[in-house]
Design a protein around this ligand. Sequence first.
Ligand code: NDP
Length: 322
Amino acid sequence: MSEQVERIKCLIIGSGPAGYTAAIYASRADLKPVLYTGMEPGGQLTTTTEVDNFPGYPEGVDGPTMMVQLQQQAERFGTEVRIGMVTSVALSTEYGGIHEVTVDNSKIIEAESIVISTGATAKYLGLPSEQRLRGGGVSACAVCDGFFFKGQDVAIVGGGDTAAEEATYLANICKSVTMLVRKDHMRASKAMQHRVNSAENLVVKYNTEVDEVLGEQVVEGLRMVNNQTREKEEIAIAGLFIAIGHKPNTDIFKGQVEMDDTGYIITDGKSTKTNIPGVFASGDVQDKEYRQAITAAGTGCMAALDAERYLASVASRETVEA
Ligand code: NDP
């Protein structure tokens, strides 16, 4: 292990819209932030094609371009963006305490404040055909990509609130939606199930799973299998949405930062404060409900403002005590 230790005011972990927005605000507040990108620089948006719902882009923008622009904007104000993975943390529970963070299992950073923006990863089924057609009609975000299938036939997998919500969203814009639920009932709330059952162009197939996604370059169809009878059925579709849950990227904070039972970081009221003084959480890592680039960016802004206020209050207390 190397001996290099670096002391900084504000460390931002993660390079999605939340992390970069926190970086823009923190650098403009002269906190001289250092941002570590993680394994997937740019986050989930780099796996999206067109982003049409982020305000300020009347013609839309492709995800990777938007993330490069966000990085450039953060760097313009002095954020230091580094490629690297935070591998462990030792957080101080003291007000004004210093948090020790290890990057790539070697470099040690001492941070006065931390913004956690490590996001969440969409779960996929794991079929080779599904992986091959990601970006070619297979998506894990109906709100992001549903529009591209306007007036076409699509299918969605999952029986939770996300699947139910996205299925009804798709039913409003697509010609037909086939919803595959692996059990004989949905896990979604009764209210959401009612919305699903009220949509005329939405068919729910219970006890049904994906056997194969059909198509070479783009999705052309779906082979489904009834997991009770093993009977298979093929339908023609242009888009397949996977809505079987997300996994928040919080493993390195377990046992230190307070989380709910699914691993999402708990923040205090409307703020981005975690249970650890000086540690803030923004974006999908603390939001299982909205999960949009714009809401992530909004909470990234809040986290930087919360960090700035925290550091100012620590400094003023130190001045009074001196
Ligand atoms: P959930 O974990 O609640 O549901 C996942 C769904 O996907 C389940 O139906 C599950 O089936 C199914 N599933 C999991 N793995 C597979 C697989 N390999 N093949 C087929 N199906 C699979 O995730 P959600 O994203 O729906 O919701 C996460 C949380 O966010 C929940 O607490 C939810 O209530 C909340 N939420 C709330 C919203 C709201 O209030 N407006 C909107 C969206 C989410 P099974 O049931 O068989 O395990």
